[in-house]
Design a binder for this molecule. Structure first.
Ligand code: 5AD
Ligand code: SF4
Length: 454
């Protein structure tokens, strides 16, 4: 434990896994005697947890590094640390031009499996020694570290790390290494702690949660066990790979009321030719059949997906198949990306041959289509009473709560007498493609919709 307290500020980019990792980092540093600050101006240590998934994610961070460089000029003692996927990706070329000065600006470069070294590396940095720790691990899961959470209502819980899928476009297997799972016991203990602290939602995280394994327990067993800890806690999970999503898992989601009927199931493309080149290991027919089974087992399921437009050799016909699949399945939402070549991935060796204007036109077409579908889906909820977990004041007005439905749709409604962290019955009155707006349906004591309506 150090004697002089240092103030640490962390900025997080990218996926929820990074958000969860930042909480592990803060926990490690708080245990080492650091104070945590949300104000960069107050910080002695500025950490940035980075993302490499697409070129534009990295561009943002290079932009931020320029600002940190200025900060260091104004406040020479400040320590800058680059964490996460970019630290891992740039490990062998920190002095190269490609790293755009990251190697010079950063005092610490620490990959996702080396956070336990941060206290020691910081100590060195205070004595003027730069630190680089970028080994990937086959076993590190930070199982024993209780993440430092500031929210109080919703928690991310990382249940497995890494990815062995090697989709040809994806840098994750290279930046986060091989798959490994936490023990079921430690996850359940974490959920029990969260329950005692009054948390109302947990999201189980993994690059491919369906690969979760602890002895004989698979992801369905884990999900069921987590949901049984406290029925007032909603349970979500992300992300599922369509190849590995089992009927057992679908059955578990359908059978337990507090497991949200919301599934994020990235399809990437509707063209079998492109799916094969992406090494997604399923066909569009397999995917459609899976969605059909999900819809039968969970009739009110909310579905979302990811798509990539402009993968090498994508033709108008391939694109049309993605458009058809989106129209047919009718997702509630989608993250729609343009293909971005990533060094070291197998697709990097395929010519990035879809012109930028073509990628843009195709992705716009997909976005417009999906917005119309999302709007239609949301319109079908108008007039219904839905159960919303009140989470935080709405960004536009302190008099309104922002919360989410079981299906992960954002709802804005008047605060009434409800406090954050309660379930509120809300009658949906109007919608757009991204948000629902409503009023409190029953002004009784806070409770689940079933009770309020009873
Ligand atoms: N280019 C564009 N999108 C990508 N994704 C992953 N790698 C790339 C890439 N190289 C998208 C996929 C994935 C999501 C997390 O990011 O759609 O599901
Ligand atoms: Fe990347 Fe594919 Fe693994 Fe998802 S499943 S993290 S897209 S390699």
């Amino acid at each position: 434990m150090r004697t002089i307290k240092k103030r640490v500020y962390i900025e997080t980019y990218g996926c929820q896994m990074n958000v969860a990792d930042s909480e592990v980092v803060l926990s490690l540093l708080a245990d080492d005697g650091c104070d945590i600050t949300n104000e960069i101006a107050e910080a002695d240590v500025v950490l940035v947890n980075t993302c490499s998934i697409r070129e534009n994610a990295e561009q943002r961070i290079y932009g931020r590094m320029g600002e940190f460089k200025r900060l260091k000029r104004e406040k020479p003692g400040v320590i800058v640390g680059v964490l996460g996927c970019m630290a891992e990706r740039l490990r062998s070329k920190l002095s190269h031009e490609e790293a755009r000065g990251v190697g010079q600006i950063a005092d610490l470069i620490v990959g996702p499996d080396e956070y336990r070294k941060l206290p020691a590396l910081l100590e060195d940095a205070w004595h003027g020694k730069k630190g680089v720790a970028v080994q990937l691990s086959r076993v590190e899961t930070y199982d024993d570290i209780l993440p430092l959470r500031t929210d109080g209502i919703s928690a991310w819980i990382s249940v497995m790390r890494g990815c062995d899928k090697f989709c040809t476009f994806c840098v994750v297997p290279f930046t986060r290494g091989r798959e490994r799972s936490r023990t079921l016991t430690s996850i359940i203990q974490e959920v029990e702690v969260l329950s005692t602290r009054g948390f109302k939602e947990v999201t189980l995280l993994g690059q491919n949660v369906n690969s979760y394994k602890d002895g004989n327990a698979d992801f369905a067993d884990l999900l069921g066990a987590v949901a049984t800890v406290d029925p007032s806690i909603r349970v979500r999970f992300t992300t599922s790979h369509p190849q590995d999503m089992s009927d057992k898992l679908i059955g578990t989601i359908a059978s337990l009321g507090n497991i949200c009927n919301f599934i994020h199931l990235p399809v990437q493309s509707g063209s079998d030719r492109i799916l094969e080149r992406m090494n997604r290991t399923y066909t569009s027919a397999h995917y459609r059949a899976l969605v059909e089974r999900i819809k039968v087992a969970i009739p009110d399921v909310t579905l979302s997906t990811d798509t990539i437009t402009g993968f090498p050799t994508e033709t108008e016909d391939d694109h049309a198949r993605t458009v058809d699949l989106l129209s047919e399945i009718g997702y509630d939402g989608a993250y729609m990306f343009k293909y971005s070549p990533r060094e070291n991935t197998p697709a990097f060796n395929m010519p990035d041959d879809v012109a930028e204007v073509v990628k843009s036109r195709r992705v716009n077409e997909i976005v417009m289509l999906q917005n119309a579908i999302s709007l239609r889906k949301n319109q079908s909820i108008v007039g219904q009473i839905v159960e919303v977990l009140a989470e935080s004041p709405s960004k536009k007005s302190e008099d309104f709560w922002q919360g989410r439905t079981d299906g992960n749709k954002t709802v804005i409604f008047p605060k009434g007498d409800y406090s954050a962290g309660t379930y509120v019955p809300v009658r949906i009155e109007r919608v757009n493609s991204a948000t629902l707006f409503g009023s409190i349906a029953v002004v009784a004591s806070p409770g689940r919709v079933e009770e309020a309506a009873a």
